[in-house]
Design a protein around this ligand. Structure first.
Ligand SMILES: [Zn+2]
Length: 146
């Protein structure tokens, strides 16, 4: 059984969904501290990527594990109430993510996906190994281009 009733559930979900969630902010701050400059939630790009690095032709999506179904992740559960609704909703999110990523790569952009749980889990201890690997991917893409 769902631990919350319908009203509480939608309240919780709307919070999960809100803009400028902490993991996003954490990643932005860390990249900024490493000297990266970027645009945020740029509407001109398919899927409004959370971070756009024009210099590196790279976009980063910070995906919530629940909303974007992080495979094999404990946060990617399906609520026990309104199950059909959530399955449909999340399926269409995943489908849209896929299409957006395809469009972006056709336009010549490298698409990185960072999962919220990865940021959350490293956050309290040390986020730098995660940032290192993201930075490596950004630079890797860049050197391949030039
Ligand atoms: Zn996850």
């Amino acid at each position: 059984m769902d631990i919350w009733d319908k009203k509480k559930r939608s309240e919780v979900m709307s919070k999960i969904r809100s803009k400028n969630t902490k993991p996003e902010m954490t990643l932005r701050k860390a990249l900024f501290a490493r000297g990266f400059r970027f645009r945020v939630n740029d509407k001109r790009f398919p899927g409004k990527p959370d971070i756009v690095l024009p210099k590196y032709k790279t976009v980063i999506f910070v995906h919530g594990c629940f909303w974007h179904r992080h495979e094999d992740c404990q946060y990617a559960y399906i609520p026990k109430t309104n199950t059909d609704f959530w399955v449909d909703k999340i399926n269409s999110n995943v489908e849209r993510d896929k299409k957006n990523a395809e469009k972006l790569s056709v336009l010549g952009w490298n698409v990185l996906t960072v999962w919220e749980c990865d940021i959350r889990h490293t956050y309290k201890n040390d986020i730098s190994p995660l940032i290192d690997s993201i930075v490596n991917k950004i630079l890797e893409n860049h050197s391949r281009e030039t």
